[in-house]
Design a protein around this ligand. Sequence first.
Ligand code: BGC
Length: 920
Amino acid sequence: MENKYVINWEKYASLARQAAAEGAVLLKNDHQALPLKKETISVFGRIQFHYYKSGTGSGGLVNAKYVVGITDALLEEENLSVNEELAEVYRSWIAEHPFDQGCGWAQEPWCQEEMPLEEKLVEEAAAKSDAAVIVIGRTAGEDRDASAEKGSYLLTDLEEDMLSKVCRAFERVIVVLNVGNIIDMKWVDKYRPSAVLYTWQGGQEGGHSVADVLTGRVNPCGKLADTIAHDISDYPSTENFGGDTFDLYTEDIYVGYRYFETFARDKVLYPFGFGLSYTGFGITCSPAEHRDGETIVRVKVTNTGALPGKEVVQVYVNPPQGKLGKPLRNLAAFAKTKCLVPGEEQELTLKFSDYDIASYDDSGVTGHKSCYVLEKGSYEVYAGTDVRSAEAAGSFEIPETEVISACTEAAGPVRKFERMRVGKGGVLAWEEVPVRTHKMQERVQTETLPDITYTGDKGYTLGEVFDGELSLDEFLAQLSEEDLCCIVRGEGMCSPKVTPGTAAAFGGVTESLQRYGIPCGCCADGPSGIRMDCGTPAFSMPNGTCLACTFDTELSEALYEMEGAELRKNRIDTLLGPGINIHRNPLNGRNFEYFSEDPYLTGMMASAQLKGMARYGVTGTVKHFAANNQEYHRRLLDSVMSERALREIYLRGFEIAVKEGKAYSIMTTYGAINGLWTASNYDLLTTILRKEWNFDGMVMTDWWADLNDEGGPASTDNLAAMVRSQNDVYMVTQDSLTNKDNLMKSLKEGTLKRGALLRSAGNICRMLMKSPVMERSLGRMSEEEKKAGEVMAGEDKVDFDITYHKVDGKLVLDGTEIDTSKGKSVVYGILLDTFGSYTVRLKVKADGSELAQIPVSVFANGHLEGTITINGTNGEWIEIERNIGPLFGPHNYIRLYFAQGGMKIQTVTVELQEEMSRGF
Ligand code: BGC
């Protein structure tokens, strides 16, 4: 029988390839420019040789074993002939103008210098080929937003020049975009290429996926997860995006197509949900039926064209304006067909509940303050293949306004400002946002906490709770104040207590906690594959935007089942992802990690991933809760928004992930919502998340996040505020036993109750008991899983026991045993007392000729710090060195990678260069 724990890498790669291909969105295809036939093509643009598998930052640091580039993949095509001469011109130019990685965190440029094109070169290429493919790439990521400038959201002059020259010389030009999320598209009208294909960042198999779509092996079936407007200034959030200390969400719930379809239809270039196919589809719809709180829409899709393909049906609702005012279109359901051959039909049944289309009344104008309501009137249903062309599919009447769910006022703004609404005659109007009428601090203080009398050590273990022999309360009663303070402090990054190179350990982080049988859980970034900074390879996934554009939850679930297997193999309990923040503005640097401007699509895609991982008993930590919509000043930023916008747009995806995807791990953000830093925001984490949505899992902070009390300043040491709000774990401390924070002091002063700590300890223990680490710690790993470990040990050895060497200013290691043959690497764990920049010095020799090129790459915690290439040294020992860091934690990894054999190493020295402090 097949061992389910042995990863089938071929299946993994093929699912990822399929997902990236089916996420590609074809925006234009004049005169059937695509698919490519048996013909010769010329490929332009340097990114054909440096495929962006993902964006940058924590979500982009997967050590993929390979990344398939676009031209690499096209060259594999038997029926296609690629203009090799042109490819050679690019290769030599790139050798002179290598990829600029920038230096350090968030420093990689968002675009690479393009090769200038001479008219003659383009004309020669045109003379010997049938079509041109232009590849344009962009990246962006954590800690730095995109900008509405050339080289980021806009094309550079050289890219425009390339488009202009190639479009002039060739009759058929296909533009392929390898980008994290949408970019400015004005150039389409200006240069009029025949076809435009968004292929996003498709992970390590991305190049193959592009070739699949270009050649027609996969018929494009991706749909835009975001509206593409004429200009960045057309997005209503642009005006307030990029604030130093706060962003006003004046557009309120009118985000993305909700804004454009209601107020600015003419500003749209490509509507939400849009994407072409190489075939045609006919859609017929029977009128929507509304019964018992549910609406059902039956749609028949027929392939009316000449090629097999898939289609996505989207159902939108136009609710009555009522007193609240509402967007004219709201996505309520979607479904994708199977691959239909020409003439084939499929009937799809799409459903949504009243709650799915209810509006939240944050002012009381309907007479039902703090309730989700269906206002009286006619609800029109639309079905189709994008938000603009979706056609009427019946309607239903709600005779009297109905309360669908009564909630508690929570997390609203304290600052007065105005928000958009639909005014008389459907025009854009403004109204004052209702401010919060309660004091959150009062709720915190009057909260009922677990009342469990301290018993001291009774010899009980968590295993007994796990086995149902003991209640969790009886177990927790044993924990001392110190234990309780330690359990809410996660440790990382790269804690030696869990899988090397991962982001954090949580739970049993001290010896004392471990004596009670509390294991150490492990989490690793995410979202697009596993990040292990010591260099362990992992599979790199298509990015969030790409997966959202598939509109295919089944495919995502199947793909994330493979991710689940890989997490299990690496002994990771939770992936730090999916990232599910809303694409509020196209310039957010982390949009590539997130799915869409629409919360329903976001929530459904997140749930699919969680369900996939759950098949292996692991999960994802859904992040960042909530409104992590800007990278600039992310630690300082207060997102100021109405409670309605918060609930209907920014929390909705999380709510779906909890209710539908059964999420049990959530990460908060660096910033604040309405004055309260999310990692200590009681309303967010207790009133809404726990009390309304019944979430019973664990919440962790983002790494070194700030915390505050209502009205108080933000700091990294107010862990008491964190615990009071029910954010359970602080990520990350270097050492939970000695961490300097206010927990003990607050306990002594009575501002933090033991009960609050017990409540978080319970949440953490429940999470651990759901995770594979629990059984493993009890020595109950199944024979099947153990066997799989042995089978897979040969392929990618995961070294769970890296030795740490203490660096007291300077450390000298013997290098004579290092295997320096081609493709090998060696990893050292180094333990630092002093943080700052370090030098790695190698005493090396090589026997090759003077012209031999023998490189060694030096990585620190997964970052390439540089490659040093030596020539043959005539048998002499020489010293080479590279500065690394700054390094700010005690546990770090240095990896030396040998791309070429031939170097001998005598010693490896690590020495402090300059002491530094983190600066916050
Ligand atoms: C990011 C998180 C990430 C964490 C751990 C932070 O900088 O915001 O998304 O999971 O680091 O790497």
